[in-house]
Design a protein around this ligand. Structure first.
Ligand SMILES: [Zn+2]
Ligand SMILES: [Zn+2]
Length: 100
């Protein structure tokens, strides 16, 4: 981890000033509030605009989920159904959709 990584300070990162537990970044639910505010300010309130601004899009070559897999952060479904996700998500997905 670099020095520029956000560190928990005991106060909510959304900027509401709330005191929170040690090692936490947000009061309950405030991560969603902060995310929504950030999107509203920078990307017209939509995830699509955010992805577009970072060079991602609907094309396979611009797929954000594919990029996550290529960076080694996410994995592809081993059953080749096209699903991509974090390791825990893959486990849940396989249990739900490829049980038999
Ligand atoms: Zn907050
Ligand atoms: Zn699958």
């Amino acid at each position: 981890m670099s020095d520029t990584t956000a560190q928990p300070t005991g106060r909510c990162y959304c900027g509401c000033g709330k005191q929170i537990g040690y090692g936490r970044y947000f009061a309950a639910g405030h991560d969603k509030t902060a995310e929504a505010a950030f999107l509203a300010i920078h990307h017209g309130g939509t995830v699509a605009q955010m992805l577009h601004a970072h060079g991602y899009g609907p094309d396979d070559t611009k797929s954000v989920t594919k990029a996550a897999v290529e960076k080694g952060l996410w994995e592809e479904c081993p059953f080749d159904c096209g699903y991509r996700g974090a390791r825990e998500s893959i486990v849940n997905h396989v249990n739900r959709y490829h049980k038999d």
